[in-house]
Write a protein that binds this ligand. Structure first.
Ligand SMILES: Cc1cc2nc3c(=O)[nH]c(=O)nc-3n(C[C@H](O)[C@H](O)[C@H](O)COP(=O)(O)OP(=O)(O)OC[C@H]3O[C@@H](n4cnc5c(N)ncnc54)[C@H](O)[C@@H]3O)c2cc1C
Length: 230
């Protein structure tokens, strides 16, 4: 995975709502134009971010966009458009708990949402549980930040799930296995939960089915599937 930071060539800040994504535009080797989407990871409470766009890219062997992004040099430019998307927190929600579920780079929109989540916890007294699946500790993207946030913000809990290799030594709250199991253990409750699911499409579909089985309505489940957009 790579964490990349971009700024507009005209120096203007990039306005976005946490949860949105941008698209990069480039060409295949034969000159055919194409584009790919990447969630914005920038935290608005980070003064050093300064209106820049931060993204995390999971490397796909032979993938057109990730090959291009993996070989971008510092200072090089790439065409982009956006922001797009509605995988965002909504003003009218009065739920008692957010269940945020992600695998891999699917956790990036939640990093961008952290300041808004802290505000919701402070103003509405709601809880937030972040369930995050990675294969091993090395792939736990922004893990230290989420752990620090959980320490600082009562009401926010972080549940890292290691699907291949457990963390050694394990930390309190670590889970081994798939995010779906940890999600079920949180006892999803239609009376108080709104869920966000982001990342691997199979994980999103399976978690969606699990939440529906627990009684959540479709409007209580928001999804962002990281499908290839050719
Ligand atoms: C709304 C949205 C937001 C997204 N946000 C992010 C993000 O924040 N970070 C991120 O890394 N990606 C994100 N993606 C996925 C991203 O847009 C690309 O699809 C991904 O980077 C692969 O593009 P590529 O051009 O490198 O691979 P492609 O050239 O499109 O694919 C090459 C081959 O790899 C396969 N493949 C594609 N993706 C994967 C994968 N993940 N695992 C295994 N095989 C794969 C394809 O089926 C194909 O056979 C997002 C997608 C959407 C729709």
């Amino acid at each position: 995975m790579r964490h990349l930071t971009f700024e507009r060539t005209d120096g203007e800040p990039v306005a976005f709502v946490p949860g949105q994504f941008i698209q990069f535009h480039f060409q295949y080797a034969d000159g055919t134009p194409t584009k790919r989407s990447y969630s914005i990871a920038t935290r608005s409470d980070d003064p050093s971010a300064g209106g820049r766009v931060e993204i995390a890219v999971s490397y796909v062997s032979g993938g057109a966009a990730t090959e291009r992004l993996a070989h971008l040099a510092v200072g090089e430019t790439i065409d982009a458009s956006g922001p797009y998307g509605r995988f965002c927190l909504q003003d009218g929600d009065h739920n008692g708990r957010y269940l945020l579920v992600a695998t891999g780079t699917g956790v990036t929109p939640y990093r961008a949402m952290l300041p808004s989540l802290a505000q919701a916890i402070g103003e509405r007294g709601c809880e937030v549980a972040l369930v995050y699946g990675a294969r091993n500790e090395a792939e736990l993207l922004y893990g230290e930040e989420f752990e620090a946030f959980a320490r600082d913000v009562p009401g926010f809990s972080f549940h890292p799930c290691f699907s291949r290799v457990p963390r050694t030594p394990p930390r309190p709250g670590d889970r081994n296995g798939r995010v779906q199991v940890a999600l079920a253990d949180l006892a999803p409750d239609p009376a108080r939960d709104i869920a966000y699911l982001c990342g691997n499409p199979d994980m999103v579909d399976e978690s969606f089915a699990l939440l529906q089985h627990a009684g959540l309505a479709v409007r209580q489940i928001r999804r962002e599937k990281y499908v290839s957009s050719r």
